[in-house]
Design a protein around this ligand. Sequence first.
Ligand SMILES: Nc1nc2c(c(=O)[nH]1)N[C@H]1C(S)=C(S)[C@@H](COP(=O)(O)OP(=O)(O)OC[C@H]3O[C@@H](n4cnc5c(=O)[nH]c(N)nc54)[C@H](O)[C@@H]3O)O[C@H]1N2
Ligand SMILES: Nc1nc2c(c(=O)[nH]1)N[C@H]1C(S)=C(S)[C@@H](COP(=O)(O)OP(=O)(O)OC[C@H]3O[C@@H](n4cnc5c(=O)[nH]c(N)nc54)[C@H](O)[C@@H]3O)O[C@H]1N2
Ligand code: SF4
Ligand SMILES: [Mo]
Length: 730
Amino acid sequence: MTTTAYRTCPLCEAACGLTLTLNDHNRVTSVRGDNQDPFSQGFLCPKGASLGQLDEDPDRLTTPLVRKGDQWREVGWDEAFRVVEAGIREVIDTHGRQALALYFGNPTYHTMAGFMYRQALTEISGTRNIYSAATADQMPKHVSCGLMFGDPFAVAVPDLDRTDYLLVLGANPMVSNGSLCVAPDFPRRLKDLRKRGGKLVVIDPRRTRTAEVADEHNFIQPGTDPFLLFGIVNTLFTEHLVKAGDTVSGVEVAGIEELRRMAEEFPSELVAPICKVPAETIRRLARELSSAPTAAVYARIGTCTAEFGTLAQWLVDAINVLTGNFDKAGGVMFAKTAALEIFRTGQPFSTGKFRSRVRGLPEVNGELPVATLADEIETPGEGQVRALLAIAGNPVLSAPNGPRLDPALANLDMMVCVDPYLNETTKHADVILPPPRMLQSAHWDFLVQIIMVRNYARYSEPVLPLRPDQYHEHDILARLFLILAGMGADTGADTAHEMVVGQLLEGLTSAPGSPVAGTDPAELRAGLEGTGPDLFLDALLKFGGYGLTLDSVRKQPHGIDLGPLQPRFHELVCTASGKLELAPAALVDDVERLRARMKRPSPELVLIGRRHLRSNNSWLHNVPALVGGSNRCTLQINPADVARYGLGAHALIRSATGELEVTLEPVDSIMPGVVSLPHGWGHDGTTQSVAAKEPGVNVNTLTGDTAVDTPSGNAILNGVPVTISPLLTE
Ligand SMILES: Nc1nc2c(c(=O)[nH]1)N[C@H]1C(S)=C(S)[C@@H](COP(=O)(O)OP(=O)(O)OC[C@H]3O[C@@H](n4cnc5c(=O)[nH]c(N)nc54)[C@H](O)[C@@H]3O)O[C@H]1N2
Ligand SMILES: Nc1nc2c(c(=O)[nH]1)N[C@H]1C(S)=C(S)[C@@H](COP(=O)(O)OP(=O)(O)OC[C@H]3O[C@@H](n4cnc5c(=O)[nH]c(N)nc54)[C@H](O)[C@@H]3O)O[C@H]1N2
Ligand code: SF4
Ligand SMILES: [Mo]
């Protein structure tokens, strides 16, 4: 007897629908793409195909672990929470709440528990020491959207299925499957774009798989995208190619003249030698973007995790506005999610509501840069971080200068991790609380749905039940919430769920203009179904714009098509002026850093990152089917550089931060003067037995944590100056 289950893949932003087959013993015997899913239409990638093996990984933790010295002890849940409470309480009682830090890793964007409890934990913790993977990823995008549109979550995505022209900078969706642009089967969508006569242009220091399927690829000097983009803006103005009117979707556009004046400083001839894209190409790109019936500029990791990350994101959207492609079919647009978008506050965005203790770095979106977490742990004084609660993150491998965190975490008075693995980060924990398997949890993409290229929703029931000795992740987070609330380790998780949902309903009923203003929250609560995140989801669906409920989404396990994206910028804009700001003051000020960069020569050799198709940050190296082959931690280098530096099979690579011995992979697909090393490797002290056999090296040994992208505090992981030399032993 086999059973069939339908399920959204939780591994990346593509959110593919999967069809799983399970045998009598509840083992996954096959994973296929769900042909009936209206959005992914049967697509899946090798990671999705291995979901069963990943989920059944025998190295996953199944019981809470408590550490004493270097000994781990398996304990029951109640005991684990009591140890957590005692440790956290002691730190808070002795040193105050600022001594506590929270770190939220990438999977918290994907789990329902993460969405429900992230804000709740942040608020109840009472600490300003909130950190996440966002400041090693997309924070520049939030900041540019916040400053230009008022709402940091107003992230416009390319209208991939209708555009006639797509300019991609610093993204490799053929491998990553898309990021801040949810488009399952990105490869087919790119193929379709070209089939309908559209053009795909890629700007990347490597000739990536995406570049290979494009009409055109141009190399770029890492870290210099704003120069290229300013060159395009300059051409749009000087050649009278600007198509933007006074308004976009009825919203007034401000700052166009100031942007024009700024762009005067960056004519294509001047920026070309800096970004290494020929001036004629820059001008042609501007002409093509302006003359295409519809066009979209899309930029990701390579442009975000860079020295001028926020400036790049700003200029991308400025070009989308100037070419008349903003909030327009075929241009860039905003999705509308099925669940109420509670993360949109409607208040104008600002940063710096508080600053980090040691370096005075401004808060952004309520958090501090992960690049300063080690400073806060190491530096004595009032407010020094002495306890860390890390949920679904592996900052020792993912944060800039990650290895610095290794001894820092070891010196904490208390560390608690919610993670299914004992790994480079969690090995420092006093208590590890393992969530159950993915297939034992329900799934709904609260956040991922705001960046979809088509409005769509899909709910997945848990495929497998919990064993009696297991704990749902939302129940783990609930009990941590109660501990932080001072309500004790023994209070049941449901109390926290009710508090969080109660607060949500309270907010909805007290918001002026709300359709339920004045209603008794208890009455609304009585009409909701489910528990934990299901309850939360039911509430948000009932107040969402599509008339869905938990019950109705449950009945449609293949997903629900909610139609193509519609113009909606007028609903989202919430700048102080009420206008779309093309020249926000904070970004105008930051252009000063670009001017300074103009006077500096490019370093002789710089390091960039790389993602592999069969990998996902640090935690997919333990599935035999996903490792090996091309998925290896090698340094890609142009053969000309191998010869120039007289290198053998291996080399010593050094930055201002650290050094590594690396295995070389000479390829002519990377531009001379640039080398690339993937992140998420450097496995050490992990019980992931497969990963430990091929550990690789930690690229973040080389990336620095002293400099950040100024407006966003984001880490600079691409364009890191390095030197390389032969290994003396070779
Ligand atoms: N040099 C360099 N560094 C980078 C990047 C780069 O391109 N170059 N990329 C950056 C980016 S984009 C990101 S998003 C960050 C990621 O940074 P992190 O989020 O810190 O790192 P991950 O490797 O994604 O770690 C995820 C952790 O979550 C655990 N996990 C998996 N599933 C679950 C679950 O369901 N629940 C819980 N509680 N835990 C789970 C895994 O075991 C793992 O320990 O790394 C950044 N670091
Ligand atoms: N298979 C796989 N998929 C993933 C992940 C994974 O680890 N593996 N991680 C997931 C996560 S957390 C994220 S955030 C997304 C990221 O999704 P993407 O943004 O598509 O990520 P990358 O594949 O790292 O692509 C970044 C590209 O930027 C280029 N680049 C580097 N520096 C520069 C620069 O200065 N300028 C320009 N123009 N280009 C530059 C790099 O060569 C690289 O090709 O992927 C997600 N999907
Ligand atoms: S692209 Fe792969 S990893 Fe991403 S959601 Fe689809 S199947 Fe899962
Ligand atoms: Mo990411």
